[in-house]
Design a protein. Structure first.
Lengths: 339, 292
């Protein structure tokens, strides 16, 4: 039976969260298909890494441990992944939609002539019948993602080419220890036969790692502002409310595009996915591009001048009115009542 | 770096999905494309600026746009010429319809083999698909190295470029030999505006099919006379492709199902901006320990 591969990303010596989230999902898919789950790790100083990966359900851990692979470079990673996929012929390969996964997964798909679906929000196993030829396929990977600026949800399949490949953003899938840990059996990748001299042509001159200063993923309360805040000046109100409530500031894509705040705060399909206990959406219309990243919040309050704004359909409380009027009132009455 | 450096910018005309208004969906719940203006993909404009700034620094360098799309996609080639590009190539034909990213990158790579550029620069991703796949896929098809998330060309060496990349965890500077594919991040400098004199000069630039559509018009006559006003147009047969790798046939990914977004109906409690309503909301949130 053909296995499922999950590419494991190493971030400053640690396994990236997104890779553990993908192992959790990969474990579920592998159990549905009755196949085993393989983790693929390329990096340096990886001894013992299989222990953590096994907890998340990895049966086999493929390892290429050499300075060639750290820091990440596109060409050697592409060469090794392509070589290993041709050797092992997995039916599914999953990558994190990070600046590493989004850099080299397309090259792998191009080299192997197989489809790759970016930024999936759901992965499900199911059957498919080709509408033209009538040919039937069983147990394909449904790759589900918002498209067209989030106005539609598309289910994509790769009926004829293998492997079926997808990327998923960090925070979209849940991370959970497997009910039964995998064996975590280490197998060394014979990478030397895959990497050519020309794959080493790009040289890293300098790297500057910045601490992630803004991390809204773990926040219990998020106050998010949209294009409806009107201006960068007005957007300060969002910060004020977040400060008073002890929350973090989020934003819609339109607010980020308009320059109201930085990209690290963007919530949604092309930003981060959050699940706070309270999400206050200020001047956000609620396109699915945005709601895909926050609709699992425990409680949603929306403030919008348009009573018909789509965000109100997923809100628990919909306040209709001007954000510049309502936010100061929320601050005032919170302060009054919390004392 | 060699003189007469040939720079090609990969660009896409996209529906403006960023500020979708109420009329963007039809009453039947399908996307109303007519209500969305077709624009130059924003990050492709950042790519154009990077190309033009390279041209500014290298004597004799040229910048041309390559776009795949219907006839009206020639609009973005003209737009690029108004901003400083020397010309462009329109890759157009029914054979390309229904292409996924892989079939698109295959078609573009066939055209690029004909053109023979030294540096290929593209935007990181289009706003209608957000996939960021075509740049790297083209690089792989042409066997070229790639530099993604480029923000700035720091240094031009004899046979390589030193490029600063913007990553989620910081920045990285790499040296990459040319020919190469560079994809440009939105954090790179914005594109220079249209130049009035260039607009006057190039407003009659037309692709061959545009000239053929109205051969007797004044613009078509002018374009036919002056080679610098002719946008090169490639049909599928002009770029020697394997037909099996084009369009829907050449696309491994198939769309199984499209659902229009329907929000789950959930009854929201409706409030107004009245003081007493905001006050009681805050009291309720504090009492339920949602706040505080």
């Amino acid at each position: 039976m053909n296995n499922i591969f999950v590419y494991i990303e190493i971030e400053e010596g640690k396994v990236a969260d997104v890779s553990l989230e993908l192992l959790t999902k990969g474990r579920e898919l592998a159990s549905t298909l009755g196949v085993s789950l393989d983790a693929v790790v390329l990096g340096e100083g990886l001894a013992g890494i299989e222990k953590e990966l096994a907890k998340y359900g990895a049966d086999t851990v493929w390892v290429a441990d050499d300075k060639t692979f750290a820091p990440f470079r596109t060409l050697p990673h592409t060469a090794v992944l392509c070589g290993l996929i041709e050797q092992e012929k997995p039916q599914i390969v999953l990558f994190g939609a990070t600046c590493i996964g989004r850099d080299f997964a397309p090259r792998v798909s191009s080299a192997l002539h197989s489809g790759l679906t970016a930024d999936c929000t759901q992965l499900v196993i199911g059957d498919h019948k080709d509408p033209k030829s009538g040919k039937e396929y069983t147990d394909l990977l449904y790759q589900i993602r918002p498209a067209f600026g989030g106005n539609i949800i598309a289910t994509i399949v790769n009926p004829d080419c293998r492997p079926q490949m997808a990327t998923v953003r960090e925070g979209v899938m849940r991370k959970e220890y497997a009910a039964q840990p995998g064996k975590g059996e280490v197998k060394a990748i014979g990478w030397q036969k895959f990497v050519k001299d020309s794959d080493l042509a790009v040289r890293i001159v300098e790297r500057q790692i910045e601490e992630r200063k803004i991390d809204i993923k773990g926040a219990g309360i998020i106050v998010a502002g949209g294009y409806g805040m009107g201006s960068k000046e007005n957007f300060r109100l969002v910060h004020e409310l977040a400060d008073v409530l002890g929350g973090e500031v989020g934003a819609s894509r339109a607010a980020v595009d308009a320059g109201f705040t930085e990209h690290a705060r963007q919530v949604g399909q092309t930003g981060v996915t959050v699940r706070p206990k309270l999400y206050i959406a200020c001047g956000i219309s609620g396109q699915i591009q945005h709601t895909a990243g926050m609709d699992q919040s425990s409680m949603v309050i929306s403030i919008n001048s348009d009573p018909e704004a789509p965000i109100n359909k997923i809100a628990d409380y919909a306040i209709t009115g001007d954000v510049n009027d309502i936010i100061p009132k929320m601050i005032k009455y919170y302060k009054q009542n919390s004392k | 770096m060699k003189k007469q450096l040939k720079i090609v910018v990969l660009a896409k005309q996209v529906p403006d999905t960023r500020n979708v208004g109420k009329d963007a969906m039809t009453p039947e719940g399908t996307v109303n494309r007519a209500a969305l203006p077709a624009i130059f993909n924003p990050e492709d404009l950042n790519a154009l600026e990077m190309a033009l700034s390279l041209k500014d620094r290298i004597e004799g360098a040229t910048v041309r746009i390559l776009t795949m799309g219907p006839q009206r996609a020639a609009d973005i080639i003209r737009d690029a010429m108004f901003r400083g590009a020397d010309g462009g190539y329109l890759l157009s034909g029914r054979e390309f319809a229904g292409s996924d990213t892989l079939a698109t990158s295959y078609a573009l790579s066939c055209a690029l083999r004909k053109i023979g550029p030294d540096v290929i620069i593209a935007g990181r991703q289009p706003i209608d698909g957000d996939t960021a796949q075509v740049g790297p896929q083209v690089a792989e098809k042409l066997g070229l190295p790639q530099v993604t998330y480029a923000e700035e060309i720091v240094e031009i060496k004899d046979s390589s470029l030193v490029i600063k990349r913007r990553l989620s965890c910081g920045t990285e500077v790499v040296e990459c030999p040319v020919p190469a594919v560079v994809t440009v991040n939105a954090s790179a400098p914005e594109c220079r505006p249209r130049n009035a004199r260039r607009v006057m000069k190039f407003k009659c630039a037309l692709a061959a099919s545009e000239i053929a559509a109205a051969p007797d018009s004044e613009t078509a006559r002018r374009a036919a006379e002056k080679p610098y006003l002719q946008i090169v147009e490639f049909a599928a047969a002009d770029v020697d492709p394997d037909p099996q790798q084009l369009g829907l046939t050449g696309s491994p990914t198939k769309v199984k199902k499209i659902e229009n977004v329907v929000f789950q109906a959930k009854e929201a409690k409706r409030l107004t901006a009245a003081d007493e309503e905001i006050n009681s909301l805050m009291v309720e949130l504090i009492a339920s320990h949602t706040l505080g």
